[in-house]
Ligand binder design. Sequence first.
Ligand code: PEP
Ligand code: MN
Length: 336
Amino acid sequence: MIIILKPDTAEKEIVPIYRMLEENRIIAQEIMGETTRMIGMAGDTSSISEDSILCFSCVERIMRVQEPYKLAGRKFHPEDSGYDIEGKRIGDGAFAVIAGPCSVESEEQIMAVATAVKDAGATFLRGGAFKPRTSPYAFKGLGLNGLELLLMAKKATGLPIVSEIMSVEFLDAFAESVDVVQIGARNMQNFTLLSQVGGLRKPVLLKRGLSSTIEELLMAAEYVMAGGSGEVILCERGIRTFETATRNTLDVSAVPVLKAKSHLPVVVDPSHATGYWYYVEPMALAATAAGADGLVVEVHNNPEAALCDGAQSVTPQVFQRIMDKVGRVREAVADG
Ligand code: PEP
Ligand code: MN
């Protein structure tokens, strides 16, 4: 980090800045330009907030040289991370497909979808038991019963379970039943939830917030990792833009950008990104070609009757076709 001082800063104004840096065990080095005076800092600056420096009246601005995400960043962890989760693998060359309904609705539904996605080659089963809905009157999931049904589906198919947690109240229930704890877009900056889910020390699927920057997503991952989880999976699921033809705008470039900045696996959710089932296939292929480590796809055995997100849910038949084409895209873009 570099502190740029205002012109004509008096010597005595700089003294408290040096004192503060010394207290935080930061090595400070004054840099004299022709017209600008600066203080360069070396050491672990993560404990110093930008605010605590900007509040000195002689400071004009500060420049960060290093990213503030030390655990999620690639700098101190240059190799790609890959995780073994209940016999399935994701990241570091392993492509994972997390598929299933938006929400668990009944035993028949989750069993039918789980079997279909497994047969098509999915590696994880997703299904919401607690749903974040815009309207308080909409179906909000089966709650703990939904988790029970997911466990039944896991028993029948062997697919590990991914499900979203919305409240710290259910940490124990998720610790016992879910293999990958999902943090949804709406909770990406619920910092208490991030830390406490990290404390479960389980794999975490972290979805990008609706209007969050890549840096904010990586800082959210940092919270989860600082909380204790070493296995975070980042998910690009579309962001808010002026465009209304799709539910969100899939930021495909987030895949190479995240992979450049972070060692964590990156998956893409073309279902929530587009909002329409017929756009899921082309965006799944685009994400695969862009280098994603996996996909999150909403699949329903009867989308027209779905209690949540039916319009963006593909049938098992369409899902099978997507899986076949994704396999061919992966072969086409493989190295060598
Ligand atoms: C979901 O995965 O079901 C979901 C609600 O996604 P998001 O948080 O990305 O909107
Ligand atoms: Mn959904």
